[in-house]
Write a protein that binds this ligand. Structure first.
Ligand code: SF4
Length: 210
């Protein structure tokens, strides 16, 4: 990112951190995606069971590569299994769940749209600790802008990534389809973190995922 833009985003992130903390989220600010793995290595105790939500951000930060075949953790590997549904269910009882978010508003609300709902379910309840890794491109001014961000950017691009032939991929933004293959089925906004600190938002001053 341009160094001038970084200064502005750093100021924005400080404001966002305060708003999230007012809503009982734990928050860590990082400057670079290379700091995410060292942070997780120090935060997650060895031996912990770890589930993950589908996330380009986690990939870009090297998290999936780090966990795959890592003998120090019990990684519930949704990517190398012939029973993905079982991995999703096991992840709901993991010690730790890692994910990104579709959007985080400047007043401190997380917004997520899920196809299967496994990621949103783990965010809401189950794992003892949830880490949400988010780049500055996920920040929106308010909930209306968060919804627009998902409809205009995140969901259509995720349809392409997941090879779902839904109408947004041809139109270029959401058309509120009712296709059986729609990936937009569960809409969750997390207004506060309860119990306090269960959800730890890690904000990185770079663009990550989409
Ligand atoms: S609701 Fe349908 S059209 Fe809209 S983003 Fe989701 S899959 Fe695409």
């Amino acid at each position: 990112m341009n160094e001038n833009a970084e200064v502005i985003y750093a100021a924005k992130l400080e404001r966002l951190k305060k708003k999230l903390e007012e809503r009982q989220f734990a928050v860590t600010l990082l400057k670079r995606k290379e700091e995410v793995l060292p942070f997780l290595k120090s935060a997650v105790p060895e031996g912990a069971s770890i589930g993950v939500g589908g996330s380009v951000t986690l990939d870009e930060c090297g998290v999936i590569e780090w966990l795959t075949d890592n003998p120090n953790y019990r990684f519930i590997d949704r990517y190398h299994t012939d029973d993905r549904r079982r991995a999703f269910r096991e992840s709901l009882l993991a010690d730790v769940f890692l994910m990104s978010t579709n959007a985080v508003t400047m007043d401190g609300i997380l917004y997520n749209v899920d196809g299967t709902g496994n990621r949103a379910a783990a965010l809401i309840y189950g794992p003892d600790q949830v880490y949400v890794i988010a780049g500055v491109n996920k920040i929106t001014e308010n909930l209306d802008a968060a919804i627009a961000r998902v409809e205009q950017t995140a969901a259509p691009i995720n349809n392409v990534r997941l090879k779902k032939p839904n109408p947004c991929t041809a139109f270029g933004e959401c058309v509120h389809c009712n296709e059986s293959s729609s990936i937009c089925n569960q809409f969750v906004f997390t207004r506060r973190c309860q119990p306090p600190g269960r959800i730890h938002v890690v904000l990185v001053n770079e663009e990550l995922g989409y």
